[in-house]
Design a protein around this ligand. Structure first.
Ligand code: 5GP
Length: 117
């Protein structure tokens, strides 16, 4: 398992959004996570949820984040789905590594629901 921060680019787009250096269409924020609309939505609802920490991927996050952070993050994901009104039907997607189609190397999950816009 990779150690925390190994290869993490602190200037990746989502790190910059977290620091407020780049704008986003925010839908939710708490101590553990920030959620915002994907800039290129692939469905009527397409929101990204990111943890407030330097984790590259799902693998990095689940291997190295403290339990409180992991619980807080997944609780935030569930809250966002509920707030969006999609809790009865949505996809939860996380692309992991270049072979998995990951483009932004700050761990995130996609909440996707409904037809293409
Ligand atoms: P992934 O890394 O999971 O393959 O994809 C990254 C996702 O982030 C893509 O769906 C892309 O549209 C989205 N994205 C990339 N840059 C930005 C940005 O600057 N703002 C927002 N809101 N979404 C972005």
């Amino acid at each position: 398992m990779p150690a925390r921060n190994v290869g993490y680019d602190r200037n990746n787009i989502f790190a910059r959004i977290l620091r407020g250096e780049l704008p986003c269409r925010k839908v939710y924020e708490d101590a553990f996570a920030l959620a915002f609309h994907d800039i290129h939505p692939k469905a009527a609802v397409h929101v990204l949820v990111i943890p407030k920490g330097a984790y590259m991927s799902f693998v990095d996050f689940t291997a190295t984040a403290p339990p409180e952070m992991q619980a807080g993050f997944w609780r935030a994901v569930a809250t966002v789905a509920k707030d969006l009104g999609v809790e009865d039907g949505f996809r939860l997607v996380s692309n992991i590594g270049p072979e998995g189609g990951q483009i932004v190397f700050h761990f995130h999950v996609h909440i996707v629901s409904g037809p293409r816009p």
